[in-house]
Design a protein around this ligand. Structure first.
Ligand SMILES: *Cc1c(COP(=O)(O)O)cnc(C)c1O
Length: 445
């Protein structure tokens, strides 16, 4: 064969034209799903493969199908086999079935700001804030914004722009991804007034600086680290007597105490202790969508609601729907994963390991998302060679025959040179898919 592009045997002469490829019923169906340019790009990629001789011309339709995006967005579902319950890189909390249903319902036109009974405009998000108030006795009012950082910034902007936010030096923290609490607060035009020392702060430290220039006292749960040893802090209960609003940023979003995590603050307790406002994240231990939650005294929450910045931080109907449903759901995956017992996890790990001829080991899972550092969650994992962990990350989505179940992406972890597939965050319903992914990654039939 010569390199002459015009030779009659050259595959380029037989590459089907775009219209011909698009007449394949499967690609015609794809056109009903994806916009024209997406489908055309896939077709032209396949034509390119045929032109270079990489595939025979008859395979262009199949190759075009394979080149289509495997799903509606490029966000790829991942089975979380890391044992980290709130995994930031995996989007924090996986949502409950009920919250997923709510998302689908809310995806269309919904009465998010309409009273269907009267036909009049209603207050946006009222159902979600009512559900929050119902879930937290002691919360007179609630507000939902974009995330925990927004809740904190809105509180600072409303209560302390041009004034001081008094905070213990040991609570001026960096939360993650370079997010430093004091920088966020100062960006609202409030000044940080640090009191006490890194390890010890006393009531008198606060009392000495509180005055007319004080916007609020801020108590921050240091979330991702612990100060141990010679330490002292001031309970919210005592700060509440100083005559200025006390804002407690509890971080992880427990609404009530969680017996498994005695060191994690919760909204109910914080309010009972006298905090005027509590701020928290919706997608950490609450197990809901990304959201910032503000709970507390009605008059203060109303001031936050009326602040111009609130409009820049408001959440959409999808978040409101998922948050409300999370508060109603029987089975919130974050809570379920947190509470799985070592006995249950051992049994599941052994079954999976036996099916694949692998070993199991006792491991400690973690809360993650900056929550409860150093608190081990005893569980079990299947041990795999470390190189298998890498192969597990690649999903096999390009399955076009409809018969082979797609193999999901799996994120496991490597510890002390061993690959660990931790079952804590794996729903039992996903175990067959996990097993299929392991078989493929291990090169087993
Ligand atoms: C996580 C966290 C935040 C930030 O919340 P996001 O929802 O991530 O914006 C603020 N404060 C504390 C104490 C946290 O743990």
């Amino acid at each position: 064969m010569t390199g002459d592009p015009a030779a009659p045997t050259d595959p380029r002469r037989h590459v089907p034209r775009t219209d011909a490829v698009l007449s394949d019923p499967r690609l015609a169906a794809a056109l009903a799903r994806f916009d024209r340019s997406t489908v055309r790009a896939a077709v032209s990629a396949a034509q390119g493969q045929a032109r270079t001789g990489e595939i025979p011309p008859v395979e262009v339709p199949d190759a075009a199908l394979a080149a289509l995006p495997p799903r509606a967005s490029s966000l790829t579902p991942v089975l979380n086999a890391t044992g980290v319950v709130v995994h930031t890189n995996l989007g924090r909390a996986p949502l409950s079935t009920l919250a997923r249903e709510a998302l689908l319902d809310a995806a269309g036109a919904v009465d998010v700001e309409l009273d269907l009974a009267t036909g009049r405009r209603s207050r946006r998000g009222v159902a979600a804030t009512t559900a929050l108030r119902d879930a937290v006795p002691g919360a007179e009012s609630a507000l939902v914004v974009n995330n925990g950082a927004a809740a904190l910034a809105l509180a600072a902007a409303t209560l302390a722009t041009g004034k001081e936010v008094v905070v213990s030096r040991g609570q001026v923290v960096e939360i993650g991804d370079g997010f430093r609490l004091h920088e966020l607060i100062e960006s609202t035009g409030a000044r940080i007034r640090e009191v006490g020392t890194t390890n010890r702060t006393h009531l008198r430290d606060y009392a000495e600086v509180v005055g007319p220039q004080t916007g609020c006292i801020l108590v921050v749960h240091p979330s991702n680290f612990r100060v141990e040893g010679f330490t002292a802090g001031v309970p919210v209960r005592e700060l509440a007597g100083l005559g200025v609003p006390v804002v407690h940023d509890i971080g992880s979003g427990l609404l009530a105490p969680e017996p498994l995590l005695p060191g994690e603050p919760d909204a109910r307790t914080a309010l009972a202790e006298g905090a005027d406002l509590v701020t928290a994240s919706g997608d950490k231990l609450l197990g809901g969508p990304q959201a910032g939650i503000v709970l507390g005294r009605a008059e203060l929450v109303e001031r936050l609601r009326r602040h111009p910045l609130q409009r820049a931080m408001r959440v959409d109907k999808l978040t409101l729907a998922a948050l409300e449903a999370t508060l109603r759901a029987a089975d919130v995956p974050v809570t379920t994963a947190l509470r799985r017992t070592p006995a249950e996890l051992e049994q599941r790990a052994r079954r999976l390991a036996d099916a694949l001829g692998l070993a199991v080991t006792a491991v400690d899972g973690r809360v993650g998302g900056g929550g409860a550092p150093g608190v081990p969650l005893p569980g079990w994992a299947v041990v795999v060679p470390p190189e298998v962990v890498e192969r597990l990350r690649t999903p096999d989505a390009a399955v076009v025959d409809g018969a082979t179940p797609p193999v999901p992406a799996v994120l496991a972890r490597i510890e002390d040179g061993r690959g660990l597939v931790d079952l804590r965050c794996i729903d039992p319903a996903d175990e067959p898919a996990l097993e299929a992914a392991l078989r493929r990654a291990l090169g087993r039939p």
